[in-house]
Design a protein around this ligand. Structure first.
Ligand code: SF4
Length: 62
């Protein structure tokens, strides 16, 4: 599983970072970003929960 955050859609609510801080983090633009590469298998459930909970559908699975 790989995820990325569409920077044009992210509204900086912080929900994904609260839900799964090992995959999502703030970037220098004050938006959320996802780690590069494959999401560690231990974090997949949380990463997907964050994807499904994002209020602006900014998180996409590659
Ligand atoms: S949950 Fe969605 S809108 Fe909120 S910070 Fe994460 S990517 Fe941005």
């Amino acid at each position: 599983m790989k995820v990325f955050v569409d920077q044009d859609l992210c509204i900086s609510c912080g929900l994904c970072i609260d839900t799964c801080p090992s995959v999502y983090d703030w970037n220098d633009d004050g938006k959320a970003s996802a780690i590069d590469g494959e999401v560690p298998s231990d974090n997949e459930d949380e990463a997907r929960e964050a994807l499904e909970s994002c209020p602006s559908d900014a998180i996409k699975e590659e």
